[in-house]
Design a protein around this ligand. Structure first.
Ligand code: PSU
Ligand code: MN
Length: 299
């Protein structure tokens, strides 16, 4: 842990964890570094301490320095690390970016309770002629077993949204809309599916998580839609989604490559429109997470 993050956690001051897979594998090189810095600025502006998390040469690191963020965003041998990959990466001395699942694990292990990301991983849609998909992100089970509050703009519509919501319900993870009754679909404000609870303020979100944490060891998902003026055009979104599904099938993309391959297609085929939407939503999520962390520090 950086000294700043360790001190803040020890003193009970607000801290917000930030993941690094969205930087290393979600945003294109060039955009990722400036976005990483702006995410930290947004968190600080709200009075919380940012803790960007990754594994550097085998060391799980909570609270990357500016130079470490730079190395992660520009390095060409940065592995995507979900929770199952942490042991191998540590033992073999590798550098890697952490997903929602592994960032949650490291945040929780170091006493950080609030975490901002863009989109949560979830249940994938079946590809080709299959009826069901066995591709279920480890993010889902991480939320079920790790007591952190994750702020995300729902899940991408490239996933099976109703199946993802069912999986969260089965695992008793509260899904709470921030000023919305609809579960957001990342690039779009609504997936067309409802959430069961909604809150109107960071104080309410913090109160819900504090109450939840007293009776359950699971995490909670606070679903924050992309700002209306940054939402993706619905027709463009439909087209990109159709193309991405075809591409995954034609190229037999599998495993941890699925999400990066889809994002890459969205960025390229929309000529950067998807990057701007993604940036807008992740910044509002960082701001909201910081506001909730500040409110939670009073509980
Ligand atoms: N959704 C995005 N951008 C991302 C991810 C998800 O819009 O970069 C990343 C997150 O780090 C998430 C991970 O935790 O992908 C999920 O990957 P998988 O489905 O392989 O578990
Ligand atoms: Mn997967």
């Amino acid at each position: 842990m950086s000294n700043e993050v360790a001190d803040a956690v020890a003193a009970g001051r607000p801290v917000v964890a930030l993941e690094s897979t969205l930087l290393a594998h979600g945003f294109p090189p060039g955009d990722n570094l400036s976005i990483a810095r702006r995410l930290e600025e947004v968190v600080r502006a709200e009075g919380a301490v940012p803790a960007t998390i990754a594994v550097l040469s085998g060391t799980p690191t909570v609270g990357l320095t500016g130079d470490q963020i730079h190395a992660l965003c520009t390095g060409d041998d940065v592995v995507k690390l979900s929770t199952r990959d942490l042991g191998p990466a540590v033992a073999l001395g590798r550098t890697g970016a952490t997903t929602v699942a592994s960032t949650s694990a490291l945040a929780h292990a170091t006493g950080i309770r609030v975490f901002a990301t863009g989109g949560l991983g979830g249940v994938h849609r079946p590809v080709g002629d299959s009826q069901v998909s066995w591709d279920v992100s480890a993010d889902i089970d991480a939320l079920a077993t790790t007591g952190v509050l994750v702020v995300s703009s729902g899940v991408k519509s490239v996933l099976d949204v109703p199946a993802t919501l069912e999986a969260l319900e089965t695992r008793s993870v509260p899904v709470v809309g921030y000023r919305t009754d609809d579960f957001p679909a990342f690039y779009l404000r609504s997936s067309g599916h409802r959430v069961s609870w909604r809150v109107e303020s960071p104080a309410e979100a913090a109160a819900v998580f504090a109450a939840h944490s007293r009776i359950s060891s699971s995490g909670m998902l606070l679903a924050n839609p992309v700002p209306a003026d940054a939402e993706m055009d619905h027709e463009l979104h439909e087209r990109l989604l159709r193309e991405a599904m075809t591409l995954l099938h034609d190229r037999s993309v599998q495993g941890s490559d699925v999400t990066p391959a889809m994002l890459e297609h969205f960025h390229r085929a929309s000529e950067g429109v998807s990057v701007r939407v993604n940036e807008a939503l992740v910044l509002v999520n960082a701001r909201l997470a910081a506001q909730v962390a500040v409110a939670l520090a009073g509980h």
